[in-house]
Ligand binder design. Structure first.
Ligand code: NDP
Ligand code: 8X3
Length: 252
């Protein structure tokens, strides 16, 4: 008997990593529910990917919409086997005392509360079916501090520990939990969103050969394709042009 195709829900599939992940997983034979706020991007993605991709508008900070999952999905798409928690953002690079409170609030609402609530909405189905996988995008910013990372890095540290704790709760169940923590990655809108300026965003990658969204999609495809008894807990990845720089001392 042939197995039904696995259904994957990807948050933030309208750009960058999520877009690459959605297309890669369709190519690998999954059914993909591609979500994000920009409807026109979702429509374009659906056109590109074909019938194995369902465009579904979802703002992860809209907690009523998140809590309505999975029942609000169309019939035949409600059993989500894999959740890819990718939607997220950094806003600003200022020192903690210079930042806008609303930027901090938005990062926490998206990277922390949105991620937790969507996981809470979809996990019970996976546990009941004793089959599933939650993959979350962390960041090297969740491990290595740098100036201006303040709440962004802290939100990614939260993701790391939430996923480790999820794995502990899931011990004995056939539901996997993985964090993928990339470092410098170009080819997405991340820096433009963070800095609000295309020129400044492009300058972040000057003279570098950063990771690309397809590298992240390849990693997601890999952790998913491993035999069901293999759980990759954590993947930290950087381009070869990047390394942690060590401690700094002020000698002024
Ligand atoms: P992009 O800015 O290119 O993409 C972010 C995606 O998240 C978009 O599709 C956006 O869609 C979506 N999104 C943002 N806010 C919301 C929201 N409230 N509800 C639903 N979707 C939302 O960034 P990347 O692809 O680079 O980043 C993806 C993830 O990877 C993020 O979590 C980021 O923190 C993390 N990351 C990025 C790195 C990098 O260097 N680029 C490195 C390490 C981790 P829309 O606007 O349509 O809603
Ligand atoms: C994105 C990587 O180094 O800009 O999470 O924080 S970094």
């Amino acid at each position: 008997m042939t197995q039904p195709l696995k259904t994957v829900l990807v948050t933030g599939a309208t750009a960058g990593f999520g877009h690459a992940i959605a297309l890669r997983l369709v190519k690998d034979g999954y059914r993909v529910i591609a979500t994000g706020r920009r409807q026109e991007r979702l429509d374009a993605l659906a056109k590109e990917a074909g019938p194995a991709l369902l465009p579904f508008r979802l703002d992860v900070t809209d907690l009523a919409a998140v809590k309505a999952l999975p029942a609000s999905l169309p019939e035949g798409w409600q059993e989500v086997d894999v959740l890819v928690n990718n939607a997220g953002l950094a806003l600003g690079l200022g020192k903690a005392w210079e930042t806008k409170p609303s930027d901090w609030e938005r990062m926490i609402a998206t990277n922390v509360t949105g991620l937790v609530e969507i996981t809470r909405a979809l996990l019970p189905g996976m546990v009941a079916r004793n089959s599933g996988h939650v993959i979350s995008l962390g960041s090297t910013a969740g491990t290595y501090p740098y100036p201006g990372s303040n709440v962004y890095g802290a939100s990614k540290a939260f993701v790391e520990q939430f996923m480790r704790n999820l794995r502990s709760d899931l011990l004995g169940r056939q539901v996997r939990a993985t964090t993928i923590a990339p470092g410098l990655c170009g080819g997405s809108e991340f820096s433009e969103v963070r800095l609000g300026d295309k020129e400044k965003a492009d300058a972040v990658y000057n003279g570098t050969k950063p990771l690309l969204p397809d590298d992240i999609a390849e990693t997601v495809a890999w952790v998913l394709a491993l035999p069901a008894h293999v759980n990759i807990n954590h993947v930290e990845m950087m381009p070869t042009c990047q390394a942690s720089a060590g401690l700094a001392v002020d000698r002024t």
